[in-house]
Design a protein around this ligand. Structure first.
Ligand code: ZN
Ligand code: ZN
Ligand code: ZN
Length: 759
């Protein structure tokens, strides 16, 4: 019997062909396997039918962990058998087809971990042990095809032992481009903060010991440097905060094991699965009541970002110490991307750390850790990067054109949309200066090259002054590409629509800021979007509220609170009492009061984030934003154990949800109702108000679903209350699962509008 099998999905660069070879040989079949670029992998089998059936079972049940099979098509062939044995064909065309798939970096597999621990194994204690099923991919690939000479492993010629495994189709390291051992692979070494070598036979474990003793280290990993420190001692963390000018932003930590994480955080089965997955993201976990890590890890928050070790090196850091976890935060100087080169690290981190744990393999492309949280059973991306990028989001249909979306300003990514694949870049960060603009441009070019995409259009924000808008204009001019500008919240809703394959949607988008079509500051919007139109309808929004002093108000939320409250009460005594919470104290408070009276220097915003900020300031939860979203994030933490004590009825005037009376009610109940209950009540009011308004509009328009997007959709309380309200109205409630709800998903949404909507 002869049969041709086409397998589509993520089946290249993940050890799929060697796997097919092994199961074909094991089942006594002849034929071949080869890559067909965009079309996946093609297999020809010759042999007894029973054996082919057994092969197909193996194909389904034993596939390599990194492979994702989307489709298997079997075509019986006629004619005589032509093959005496089974062969892996190396196809030259594989990189010429567009939409090639580059696997993300993957955590060490259990087989490698076992060998790392086995004193009899040649790779015993080797910090960079990997195989076809694990190790770095995206961060070491300089160009295609994915062969060793095109990766940063080309500087490490294989020894005979590694070479033998690399060329043995029955070995787990057959064609594993990262294969290496202590004899031939990258080496780790320890230096002081000025780069002087510290001689030690076991530099990795020595680094772990130094961390445990309270030293601060920069540790080079797959996609960049981490700054690491003890997670239980205050002193090094305080020093680190001073050096990084990072007063309160939470640090991610690496726990030595899942059991260790359960000692300080609550871990649900879904969270456990996510943490242990091949992507090994940082997962936000609720702190346990007896949480005993340093309060400097995640100050003022109910949760903490935890990841598990994902390289041999990480596991070895914990070998000689008792620490349950180390702080492992991305090493990026203010407003700059994560540090990836050794000399750059010495230059920029030398003043922050005591030691460096280097290795001598170059990083081709930087990639930060991914961050998720789990809402019930659903994962929600805060940052989609290592372990995910640049694996494509598979869409149900093909885009009309091939385009790149450059995203917005904060927490940015780029997205290349090619046919039915959307390749979202690694986390780029805040694109506000030369360094981050260069990183965005480089990452975008690399993504286009790696995926062989023939881009003809570039999409960006409406905002005329954003760095990304200017970059898009430059690229359009240089390459003769068409330029499409997409409103920020429209992009959020479009992303949600494509993720769920719906043609129309009433979308609630809540975030800090998005440039509106009227030039105003939007951020609490209900939009009706349909694929039949390149535009959208703004159905409703939050009440516009005064933003005293523009950007200063986003840093000092007392200003927003004062602006809102002054519509109902005389805020003078209240504000003067808190004036030390402002940058310039009483002088500033008096100036604010004057401005309020005259109405000068006051712009307005419909942002949901700003309303949450105001509640946060009224409740005394947070008076100053030292990192993006801080007052609102802390307000959610304050509300977690609260209940809807005020149970306020949404006040809707036309298409506007009132927020003044809500804030006033919170203010009036200060001291009478607990902070937790007031914080929760404010969330519940906003969520119920927006959701009931959206549901009403959806029913009017005959739309069957309401969606929730924007950075505030990471907020579990808002998302939970909205879901109950929307579902009670008999409608579907859609949230993001594959794409970040925050601005990391905007590039994808922009590409979607350009590629799928009627323009
Ligand atoms: Zn492995
Ligand atoms: Zn070797
Ligand atoms: Zn946004």
């Amino acid at each position: 019997m002869r049969v041709k099998i086409n397998v589509a999905g993520i089946v290249q660069g993940v050890g799929f062909r060697p796997f097919v070879y092994r199961i074909a040989v094991r089942n006594g079949l002849a034929g071949y396997v080869r890559n067909r670029g965009d079309a996946g992998v093609e297999i020809l089998l010759e042999g007894k039918e029973q054996r082919i059936q057994s092969f197909l079972r193996d194909l389904k049940e034993k596939k390599p962990p990194l492979a994702h099979v989307h489709d298997v098509i079997k075509t019986p062939l006629t004619g005589k058998n032509e093959h005496a044995d089974f062969t892996i064909y190396k196809s030259s065309e594989e990189t010429e087809l567009s939409g090639s798939v580059i696997p993300p970096d993957i955590a060490i597999c259990n087989d490698c971990l076992r060998e790392l621990r086995d004193p009899k194994d040649p790779r015993h204690d080797y910090f960079f042990i990997t195989c076809t099923n694990c190790g770095p991919r995206f961060t070491i690939i300089e160009r295609l095809p994915y062969d060793r000479e095109n990766t940063t492993m080309h500087e490490f010629p294989m020894c005979n032992f590694c070479q033998k495994e690399y060329t043995d189709p029955l070995n787990r390291r057959f064609h594993a481009q990262t294969v290496a051992c202590p004899a031939c692979g990258p080496k780790a070494y320890l230096t002081t903060n000025s780069g002087e070598h510290v001689q030690h036979a076991d530099p990795v474990r020595e680094a772990g010991r130094l961390l445990s003793e309270g030293a601060i280290l920069a540790v080079k990993g797959y996609g960049g440097f981490h700054v690491a420190a003890s997670a239980t001692q205050d002193e090094p963390l305080q020093a680190l905060r001073r050096a990084k000018h990072r007063r309160a932003k939470p640090f991610a930590i690496m726990a030595r094991s899942l059991e260790a994480a359960k000692g300080f955080a609550e871990v649900t089965s879904k969270e456990e699965a996510l943490m242990a997955s091949y992507a090994r993201p940082v997962v936000l976990l609720n702190k346990r009541d007896d949480y005993a890590l340093s309060p400097s890890v995640a100050p003022g928050l109910h949760n903490v970002g935890v990841m598990l070790p994902y390289t041999g090196l990480h596991y070895m850091l914990f070998d000689r110490v008792d620490d349950v976890a180390f702080v492992m935060t991305s090493a990026n100087p203010p407003n700059r991307p994560i540090v990836k080169d050794n000399d750059e690290a010495l230059r920029t981190l030398g003043a922050t750390v005591d030691y460096f744990l280097f290795h001598n393999r170059k990083i081709a492309y930087r990639c930060d850790d991914s961050v998720l949280r789990v809402h019930g059973a659903r994962p929600s991306f805060i940052r989609r990067s290592r372990g995910y990028a640049p694996a494509p989001i598979m869409l149900k249909e093909k885009a009309r054109r091939c385009l790149v979306g450059l995203g917005g300003e904060l927490n940015n990514t780029a997205c290349v949309l090619s046919a039915n694949k959307a390749f979202i870049s690694q986390h780029i960060g805040d694109v506000e200066n030369v360094e981050t603009r260069a990183f965005l441009q480089e990452a975008t070019n690399h993504l286009i090259r790696l995926t062989n995409s023939h881009v003809d259009t570039v999409a960006c924000e409406l905002h005329p002054k954003f760095t990304t808008t200017r970059l898009a204009q430059d690229l359009a001019e240089q390459n003769g590409w068409q330029l499409i500008q997409v409103q920020h919240h429209h992009a959020h809703v479009a992303a949600l629509m494509m993720e769920h394959a719906v043609d129309e949607l009433v979308g609630i988008t809540c975030d800090g800021y998005g440039y509106g079509v009227d030039g105003g500051a939007w951020g609490g919007e209900i939009l009706f979007c349909t694929r039949e139109s390149a535009g959208f309808k703004r159905l409703a929004h939050l009440e516009p509220q005064p933003l005293l002093g523009g950007d200063v108000a986003t840093r000092y939320p007392l200003r927003i609170a004062a602006g809102i409250l002054s519509k109902k009460v005389n805020v003078e005594p209240w504000l003067l009492e808190r004036s030390e919470r402002l940058l310039h104290g009483e002088t500033e408070a008096k100036l604010i009061l004057q401005q309020l009276q005259k109405g000068v220097g006051v712009t307005s915003t419909t942002s949901c984030g700003r309303v949450l900020d105001a509640v946060s300031a009224v409740l005394g939860v947070c008076y100053e934003r030292t990192y993006e979203g801080e007052p609102a994030i802390k307000l959610e933490s304050a509300a977690v154990k609260g209940k809807d004590a005020l149970n306020m009825k949404p006040i809707i005037d036309g298409n506007v949800l009132d927020t003044t009376q809500m804030l006033h009610a919170v203010f009036e109940n200060l001291g009478k109702v607990s902070v937790a209950d007031l914080a929760y009540s404010a969330h519940a009011y906003l969520a119920r108000g927006l959701a009931s308004l959206a549901a009403e509009k959806a029913l009017e328009q005959g739309v069957k679903a309401v969606g929730f997007s924007g950075g505030a959709a990471s907020n579990q309380i808002l998302a939970g209350v909205m879901r109950r309200t929307v579902e009670a109205a008999g409608l579907r409630f859609l949230v993001h699962e594959a794409v970040p709800p925050g601005d990391g998903g905007v590039s994808f949404g922009q590409a979607v509008v350009g590629g799928f909507f009627r323009v």
